[in-house]
Design a protein around this ligand. Sequence first.
Ligand SMILES: N[C@@H](CCC(=O)N[C@@H](CS)C(=O)NCC(=O)O)C(=O)O
Length: 203
Amino acid sequence: MIRIHGTPKSRAFRCIWAAEEAGQPYEVVPTGFGPGIKSPAHLRVNPNGKIPAMEDGALVLFESLAINLHIAAKAGAPLMPAGDDASRALQWTLWAATEAEPAAMQWAYNTYIRPPEERDPGQAAAGAAGLNARLDVLEGQLGANPWLLGEAFTIADCNLGGVLYGAWANKFDFGGHTRVKAWLERCFNRPAALAARALRDAA
Ligand SMILES: N[C@@H](CCC(=O)N[C@@H](CS)C(=O)NCC(=O)O)C(=O)O
């Protein structure tokens, strides 16, 4: 059984969503943001002292999007497609981590994560500008397709959608990117995403 370490309010949310999409049995070890994250027991599964981490039998992984690739591979197609689409799913996963997430987090820290007195409006604006530049790329990729790689929902949607969830839930203005906005609505209203969102809201 897959064991996902991390409160659903953290990036563990993405992994819970992926496990739901994969139809894989899983349990959540609800490690929160407290001192437990640096405890020897948690460092055993994530030596970075961060959440999430995952155990699947003898396999122990950290990095939320790598965990999701593993979960999707267990399910196979369509969640983890074969052939060239597997490479495209990896491309969008790395793009999510290296292009979209830094800009989204710059905006997030300076709009809703840090206490109000520590937020920098200039940094928030820079994050929004950076994210909008990436959303221009995403808008073009989506085109007329419902999902990132075409007709089927894949782990690429789950990984990029997971990275953008905080912005979406905290009212980032996606208005200039109508296809992205509609795609995010589709993503987060899937039954698997709704199940993960319910766990997050209850945590
Ligand atoms: N790139 C990592 C980031 C993990 C991360 O920063 N997690 C946050 C929670 S969402 C955390 O553990 N923060 C606590 C800390 O940095 O001490 C991933 O995607 O898993």
